[in-house]
Design a protein around this ligand. Structure first.
Ligand SMILES: [Zn+2]
Length: 605
């Protein structure tokens, strides 16, 4: 045995019970790459795309009892296996294992180990394969195919490093099964229909380009913010294009329930009203409610008549779908392990798979290097420095999985509040509403109320029909102003309008635009408005088949109406503290008053 292999096995020892006294067939390859581990990692963990680029066959996966069961056909031979729980430390190592019921091996473990190489400032990547072959014949076959695989790895890794350095896309996004003529004809029909809908040309072009050419791995589930960022198009414009495409039948929308731990899609609903209150994740062995803020994601899917994309795998790809997890480590009873997570500053969560309780770990740049000993039974927030180690111990009688994860959620997902506050969605999908039992937390929203000043006098002076026509006209003016500022009208109550915004500054700008429109200086329009605002957590519920917002934040905005006069914007302290609001208000030449936890903006006439 080479000393290199021996050193590697000391770091990553075999579990004795797996070996069963059989001598493993082992391969260890080293690749020096002129890119940093940080640059390489995101592409390495795209194991599905990596394996596809290597030329490995497609795999099928099924989940049962929280375990992944895979099948594939290699060189004409069927392989069937159960995946070990993947283990990794971000930017440092990945360990995978498969127990085969059919195939060349009984078991294989694969390890990637990344180290900074001192000479080149690049990365030394060690790739290890340890096989337990099924018999003599498969031992010979494995030897031969592994030397083929080594050449493939060498070529692909050099190519990937080159593309990273040249800032080119690493994996070619290509549809391997180009759409046929009849689908193309249908697509052109949809393209024409979309062209008549006054949509953004660039967004529509990118969407059709994606439908035609994207790789199957990506085409299965369209996440609008992710695609917008990748193509460099405006997110709202792309969302608008997707919503219209859904109305036409080219796309389908799904409401995906996300496990708060592994953040995988646990259930897909065709409509918002089908979303249930409770769900479970077998892989994480937890139950969770659909009411938490990040429980739902909205995704789009291409109509099967156009492109029948099945979910394809070239790997189980656990680390790539769980990028929030900085390390996942499986410890046997009594085992102790030291991990150097090497993460940046911020808050992280430490938890054991399947456990409800968790601890926080705050990483500071100024804290002295010190190892922390994680005790899952303690109610503690640990503090550590950038280079600190985390010591894991498993005093229990059973195997346990230790996880450290980022507490922040990805901003690449489209979530309900964004959609609910988007006027086009409310206009196009008025049939989408929540089940009466479901209360969905939508997090912090800015709520804007408008009301007509002295509406009873208007009715008295003008008589009902004329007054009503005036009030209707005022709605027609308000709606587009709300939409222009990326807000949506939630409901109207008499002469009053309640609208919601994701960004508080947008709500302020909308209020100012509204007041400018209904300014006392306008002789042609004799209606005047009072406008009030608050920002805070809201709950989305179903009211009269409409998505309505509730909560004390909404009530506070409504209550302020009693304190607002014509040509004023009255809002709470919470609004004032939102990013950009203070600077914006001081810049527009309005006079500010503040009294009893409210701020009054008197606009110039
Ligand atoms: Zn889960």
């Amino acid at each position: 045995m080479t000393s290199k292999l021996q050193a590697f096995l000391n770091k990553y020892p075999w579990e004795k019970h797996k070996l069963k006294n059989q001598k493993p067939l082992e391969f260890i390859w080293e690749f020096d790459l002129e890119v940093s581990a940080k640059e390489l990692w995101p592409h390495l963990i795209e194991t599905s795309k990596f394996n596809q680029a290597l030329g490995l066959p497609k795999m099928n996966f099924e989940e049962s009892n929280g375990r992944l069961h895979g099948t594939a056909t290699n060189a004409g031979f069927r392989q069937a296996w159960v995946e070990d729980k993947w283990q990794w430390v971000a930017q440092k190592s990945i360990i995978g294992g498969r127990t085969y019921s059919e195939g060349f091996g009984r078991y294989v473990r694969v390890i990637y180990d990344l180290k900074e190489s001192s000479e080149t400032k690049g990365t030394c990547l060690t790739v290890y394969f340890g096989w337990l072959p099924r018999n003599f014949f498969s031992r010979v076959l494995l030897k031969r195919s592994m030397s083929w695989l080594k050449r493939k790895y060498s070529g692909l890794l050099t190519e990937i490093a080159g593309k990273i350095r040249q800032k080119k896309p690493v994996y070619e996004d290509k549809n391997t099964d180009p759409i046929n003529n009849s689908s193309e004809q249908r697509l052109q029909y949809y393209e024409e229909k979309m062209g008549q809908r006054n949509l953004d040309d660039v967004a529509v072009r990118e969407l059709f380009n994606f439908i035609r050419t994207s790789a199957e791995v990506d085409a299965y589930r369209i996440r609008v913010p992710e695609l917008a960022r990748k193509k460099g198009v405006d997110e709202n414009r792309l969302l608008n294009a997707c919503l219209h495409a859904t109305r036409l039948g080219l796309l389908h929308m799904s409401w995906d329930l996300i496990c708060p731990h592994c953040r995988g899609v646990r259930k897909q609903y065709k409509s918002l009203k089908d979303v249930e209150t409770e769900a479970a994740c077998e892989a994480c062995s937890i139950e969770f409610g659909s009411d938490h803020e990040n429980a739902l994601e909205i995704a789009f899917h291409i109509d099967k008549e156009i492109r029948d994309v099945a979910q394809v795998f070239y790997c189980a790809a656990e680390p790539s779908t769980k990028e929030h997890i900085k390390f996942q480590q499986v410890l046997e009873p009594g085992e102790e392990r030291v991990i150097s997570p090497g993460v940046s500053t911020g808050r992280y969560r430490l938890r054991i798979l399947g456990a409800k309780d968790y601890q926080y770990l705050d990483i500071f740049s100024d804290s002295e290097k010190e190892s922390i000993k994680w005790n899952p039974d303690e109610k503690e927030t640990y503090k550590a420095g950038l280079e600190s180690n985390v010591i894991l111990t498993n005093p229990s009688e059973s195997q346990k999985t230790y996880i450290m994860e980022d507490v922040g959620w990805s901003d690449l997902a489209l979530r309900p509040p964004k959609l609910f506050n988007y006027q086009q969605f409310r206009d196009l999908f008025s049939e989408e509403f929540l089940d009466a039992r479901v209360h969905l937390s939508v997090g912090k929203q800015a709520i804007l109320f408008t009301d007509i000043v002295g509406s009873s006098e208007i009715y008295i002076q003008n008589g009902d029909p004329k007054a009503f026509a005036q009030i209707r006209k005022h709605f027609d003016i308000i709606y587009p102003i709300i939409a222009e500022h990326d807000g949506a009208v939630v409901k109207t109550m008499g002469d009053s309008v309640m609208s919601a915004f994701t960004d508080t500054l947008d709500a302020i700008k909308a209020a100012i635009s509204l007041q400018e429109c209904f300014s006392p200086s306008r002789a042609d329009l004799n209606l005047r408005l009072r406008t009030t605002l608050n920002v805070g957590p809201c709950i989305a519920v179903n009211l009269n088949s409409n998505i309505d917002y509730f909560g004390s934040s909404v009530n506070a905005a409504a209550k302020l109406q009693a304190h607002a006069k014509s040509n004023q914007i009255v809002f709470t302290d919470a609004v004032w503290k939102e990013p950009g609001v203070e600077a914006y208000c001081k810049n527009i030449g309005a006079t500010l008053e503040s009294s009893e936890e409210k701020i009054i903006l008197n606009l110039s006439k």
